[in-house]
Design a protein around this ligand. Sequence first.
Ligand code: MG
Ligand code: MG
Length: 654
Amino acid sequence: MRRSIATVSLSGTLEEKLRAAARAGFDGVEIFENDLIGSALAPRDVRDLAESLGLTIDLYQPFRDFEGVDEARLEHNLRRAEAKFALMVELGVDVMLVCSSVAADSAGDDALAAAQLRRLAETAAPYGVRIAYEALAWGRWVDDYRHAWRLVREADHPGLGVCLDSFHILSRGHDPSAIRDIPGERIFFLQLADAPLMPMDVLHWSRHHRCFPGQGAFDLTGFTGHVLAAGYEGPLSLEVFNDVFRAADPERTAADALRSLAVLEDETARARDREVQVGAGETRVAEPGDDRGEPGRAGPGRGEAPASGPAPAALTRLPAPTRAQGYAFVEIAAPEHAVPGVRAALASLGFRHTRDHRSKPVQLWCGGGARVLLNATDPQLGHTWSGDAAVTALGVDVADADAAMRRAERLLAPPLPRRRDPAEADLRAVAAPDGTSIFFCAQDPDERQDWLSDFTVPVAGGDDAARVALGGIDHVGLFQPFDHFDEASLFYRSVLGLEPDDGIELAAPDGMVRSRAMSRDGAAPRIALNASLLGRGPYEDVRGGPQHVAFACDDVFAVARAMRTHGFEPLRIPDNYYADLACRTDLEPLAVERMREYGILYDRVGEGEFRHFYTPMLDGRLFLEVVQRTGGYAGYGSANSPFRMAAQRAEASR
Ligand code: MG
Ligand code: MG
């Protein structure tokens, strides 16, 4: 299917928007009227530019407040429309979006509205223009796509059809399955947008918070499945009004947008396969890596057997989703001055520096079930790290690294070139939106893919490590620039198969912090994405905000004690926290006192309990955490995050 994007979804001038869409690989664009009006380019030039970029102009939008008016106003509106039709001929676009009227003085008379829409289609016909009528979620009289379709059917003109916009339908909670009742050739256009669930009026929600499919909470897979089952063959087009995208780098946004469509198409195709199987009475067999098979989510909805419907449109297929099964390692890079501190912290948590990489200044540190690679600055080897100490790479266990890499590349993840000598492991890695390298590590290692086999240099003696055993890596906290937050979430979802939680907002001393955890069924590899609303103070985007690596353990007190014995103090948590903890929980006073002693924080959800502590900042923005989960606790102790942030702030000012 062809892929299109509305110019309103991207920042910049019309010319910049067209270039960004073309560079990302879109086939076409919808031109948002104000983008054209504000452009220095004449319509002819816009047409030529689009053509030279290999883009078609698929829709001109929007034409407002047309129907349900008196005769004098109708004549005026038709003259207004004719000027636009002439303009569209110059632009070389043949579909105009007309959205349902919001005019206070319009009439809610269906017969009148249908007759006037017919007049509009008749007026458009000589120009070769067709009219796609869209029900706005906040339309004065028409705010439901089923109502829009009734008017279109009643108007009965071949040049009049509907435009379906997922936001207008799903934001109102309207059942999208009746889309299947609309003949595909009468669906003139399809606009796709997702959105997070927000209790606010639909107009404000739509104008500021739309996002690309897969970044919000709507079931776009089911929605698109209905539209395709109806026989729609036009472009899949993204129309996303979003405050952040309007200000972000348009090329980056366009790539994010195209990734979202690739994922949507793939998921829709997989859902359709299941639907066909169910429709044909076959027993549904889950595919490998298929975790989205709930029939309720994307199934036929109305019990139809679509195999007998129109020929299915060709959708992009991606290699099967990658199942990330855990962390192989986390890599920390540190500038020269920070290396001793990072080493000391790791040793105090029971890590041992066991081996070095055969050709790079990278140290392997093992602690219980966790492995940390310390990419240590070594000027003698010509290696320097100029920023603060930071998490620079995640090694993720996957069954098939090649397949994971193929899928990631199809999802526009930039592959990372690995300089290696012929004897070294052939590692597959891509760059995440925040620049973190993601290594796909085959669990069943063969000669060429086992990353551990590159660590051949034994370390004599090594650091004196604390005598305590950690479990594996529990989670990694990665700071994201605010305008890459949704992009990062879609990236980790589509490339690693992690599902985002609902997210929370934390009131930190230096501003609001948005946090969203990603995991597969609550298990490793868990990633917590954090972003600061204004990116000030410690959350400055250019510097990169705080990051952390959390290790699991069975006895958080034993680890804290060993760390202190080893000369490393946990982050100090104020006494006020423990006074509050004592009165809001039924923890024994002695237990609270022990927590206070070691700076251990506590959270409880149902039967699940979480005890955790932090190291101080090891350099400007990196810290470590140790966590103990019991009773099936699935969270991250986020209730404690504001206190951790305040403690870090206090520590920084000391
Ligand atoms: Mg729309
Ligand atoms: Mg954490």
